[in-house]
Design a protein around this ligand. Structure first.
Ligand code: GTP
Ligand code: MG
Length: 695
């Protein structure tokens, strides 16, 4: 059943660090709304969200899952993404499709950096948010202190609409600050029954009620006047003011519950319906018309031109499913749309809503809907689908730089083709995975957000495609260059018996600026070498440069000038001049002071302040250089540049240095000369590797 009115749609994401209780809360919401007949549990592998084998085994969400439910005539789509740092790119893409978010926090109010990061993304995206203190059945925390801690870490002022009654095993209800009643839990779905507020909580309830009314009044002049004139605001006034404040990201209500024990869940369902906005009140998106390059605005209105973002691709029972989020207009099953990113038409077959690993057919999609559609031909994650008479191109998805790379060891040579196609298919589902070739060894390299991410990729390769690979130690793509200028002759002469071989070249070499690559200049005058052999010389030179001189790494940033030579009417040939060029360049390199270059990475490290000293000392030991240090709340953001060879295992090292509280991003910056004392070691290692490979 599809909602026929956009105002009754809610598309709500669950956001927080790993292990916070997002999936558990999602299961509790499905069960309390009667969508499931028993509450699924992460720990006994019965969650409808964590259905992939890799997730079940690890008891953690690795890829965003979706499920719809109905509550008070509303269609709610729950979005349950991962929380651990290695999988946050997937979470960030899923946030594109959220119309509001529930942040899940603990009763102590202590947060990890992942939650802060998610909060900041939500802030940048103006995503309306409510905060749920969950796990109240298990963890002890003083309510006021928890709110203060959250306010300080998130740099905001949260507005409780609940205070908990009892804690841990005694958690039995919440004071509802809107109705000023105690809502006591009953039955296994935690239905609530209104009673009078317990005497011992009356004072605290009055204080928080005052704060709530102030927060609401501040969002609306009319309410503020009435409040200042001493008028009692009605429950409806407050709910309306609150929902307007939430929609405008000015108020962030806090609710109290236990996902695990299904306590206080019904008020969360009510809050989704009453406080979080429908797609109709989301801001318009600004995009471009790909044909005219003019700016266009698309509002969340079913009568506006259809525009949707493909934010994820999943492998389902029905084959490859593209998931899109409708931003404006509407679309029906079996219609033809325009993929503005690929300039291609796509026929959409049956449209689906997602229910865990299952799909439910729907006829029409409206703004706010998340829709799955199978077997699109041209469409990839990130693409814009739209009405071809009103084409719209959304800005591309944010890119995440990989933090770690491994070479793949193959069990047998013949597997190569199969591995590449399997990796391509995994890449469709997981844009944070990068697949490359090592230029020197031709090995397949896979890069991702962290070791765990890559390990999951290897597991999926085996389970889904039956390919078995092993991860080899991460590789450093060294390069070589020259620091001196010189000239040399390259001469090939074989003229004994049969047809001879003759080619003779004179080459001048010199260094170029870092990052320039290779330049070949022909200065032959008077036909000393016939014109048709000039490309032959260049080819010989290029081939030789690719093989390196010191340690077998490609030689870059050199200029080679061919300025003289000679030839033989009969014995000269394309091959003879290739060989002569190659000999010439090797002779020249020997005299041109070759050196090794190593890749330098830029690191962006976010750590709580107390680790600052340890981190900067460690960067020094890794031959790195601090570029800048900036405060961000309680965290320090350290930017540094460090040789790649020194940060191949930075993820586990940072985790142990900061007890898991630091995060980082890393990307390629530039090449620099390897310090003299390390050069010999790299040359020896390369020789050994070559011998082992049987060259
Ligand atoms: N007692 C109790 N345990 C809870 C509650 N919420 C979550 N847990 C437990 O905490 C663990 C993590 O919960 P999840 O729901 O998987 O957390 P998540 O936020 O989805 O974690 P990731 O998917 O790894 O990001 C599980 O073992 C849950 O059973 C709760 O309200 N009470
Ligand atoms: Mg989860």
């Amino acid at each position: 059943m599809a909602a026929d009115d956009m105002h009754s749609i809610r598309t709500i994401g669950l956001l927080a660090e790993g292990g916070a209780g997002k999936t558990t809360l999602g299961e509790a919401l499905l069960y309390a709304a009667g969508e499931t007949t028993r509450q699924g549990r992460v720990e006994d592998e019965s969650s409808v969200f964590d259905f992939e084998p890799e997730e079940m085994r690890r008891k953690t969400t690795l890829s965003t899952a979706f499920h719809t439910l109905h509550w008070k005539k509303h269609d709610i789509c729950l979005v349950d993404p991962p929380g651990y740092a290695n999988f946050l790119p997937d979470t960030r893409y899923a946030m594109e499709a959220m119309g509001g978010a529930i942040f899940v926090a603990s009763p102590t109010g202590q947060l990890k950096v992942e939650t802060e990061r998610l909060w900041n993304w939500a802030k940048d995206m103006q995503l309306p948010r409510i905060v749920c203190l969950s796990r109240l059945d298990r963890e002890e925390g003083e309510f006021g202190a928890a709110i203060a801690a959250l306010n300080s870490t998130l740099e905001t002022t949260l507005t409780p609409i609940h205070i908990p009654i009892g804690s841990q095993a005694g958690f039995r209800g919440v004071v509802d600050l809107l109705s000023m009643k105690a809502l006591m839990f009953q039955g296994d779905k935690g239905e609530v029954k209104a009673e009078a507020i317990p005497d011992d909580l009356q004072g605290q309830a009055d204080d928080y009620r005052e704060k709530l009314i102030e927060a609401v009044a501040e969002t609306d002049d009319d309410l503020l006047t009435r409040y200042l004139e001493g008028e009692e605001l009605s429950a409806d006034d407050i709910t309306q003011g609150l929902s307007a404040g939430v929609a405008a990201s000015q108020i962030f209500p806090v609710l109290c519950l236990s996902g695990g024990q299904t306590l206080g869940i019904q008020p969360v369902l009510d809050a989704i319906v009453d406080l979080l906005p429908s797609p109709a009140s989301r801001p318009s998106v600004i995009a471009t018309n790909p044909k005219t390059h003019e700016e266009v605005e698309r509002s969340p209105d079913p009568t506006a031109p259809f525009t949707a973002r493909v934010f994820k691709t999943v492998d389902s029972q029905a084959g490859k499913l593209a998931l899109f989020h409708v931003l404006s207009g509407k679309v029906e099953s079996d219609s033809v749309v325009y993929n503005a990113t690929r300039d291609a038409k796509e026929r959409l077959g049956q449209l689906f809503h997602l229910k865990g690993k299952k799909q439910e057919p729907v006829a029409t999609a409206l703004p706010g809907d998340i829709i799955g559609v199978a077997k699109l031909k041209e469409t990839h994650t990130g693409d814009t689908l739209c009405d071809d008479r009103n084409p719209t191109l959304l800005s591309p998805l944010v890119e995440f730089n990989p933090a770690i790379s491994f070479a793949l060891g193959l069990k047998s040579r013949g597997d190569e083709e199969k591995i590449m196609t399997s990796l391509d298919r995994l890449n469709e589902e997981d844009p944070a995975l990068k697949v490359d070739r090592d230029q020197q060894s031709n090995e397949i390299l896979i890069s991702g957000a962290g070791q765990l991410h890559i390990e999951v990729v290897v597991e999926k390769l085996k389970r889904k495609y039956g390919v078995d690979v092993e991860l080899k130690a991460p590789k450093v793509p060294y390069r070589e260059t020259i620091t001196g200028r010189t000239e040399a002759q390259g001469r090939l002469k074989k003229q004994s018996g049969g047809r001879g071989q003759f080619g003779d070249t004179w080459l001048r070499v010199g260094p170029l600026a870092r990052g320039t690559g290779f330049e070949f200049v022909n200065e032959i005058k008077g036909g000393a070498i016939p014109r048709q052999y000039i490309p032959s010389v260049e080819k010989g030179v290029v081939d030789a440069l690719g093989k390196g001189f010191l340690a077998g790494y490609p030689i870059v940033d050199v200029q080679v000038v061919l300025y003289d030579g000679s030839y033989h009417e009969v014995d000269s040939s394309d091959m003879a001049f290739q060989i002569a060029g190659s000999i010439g360049i090797q002779n020249a390199l020997e005299k041109a002071k070759p050196v090794l270059l190593e890749p330098i990475m830029h690191l962006d490290i976010t750590v709580p302040e107390e680790y600052m000293g340890d981190i900067s000392g460690d960067i020094n030991r890794r031959r790195g250089r601090l570029v800048s240090v900036d405060a961000n709340g309680n965290n320090q953001i350290i930017k540094a540049s460090v040789p790649m060879a020194e940060v191949l295992t930075y993820a586990p090292d940072l985790r142990s240095m900061t007890s898991g509280r630091g995060t980082f991003e890393v990307g390629f910056s530039h090449y620099e000369e390897v310090p003299h004392h390390l050069t010999e070691k790299i040359i020896q290692e390369s020789k050994r590797a070559k011998e082992e490979a049987g060259h």
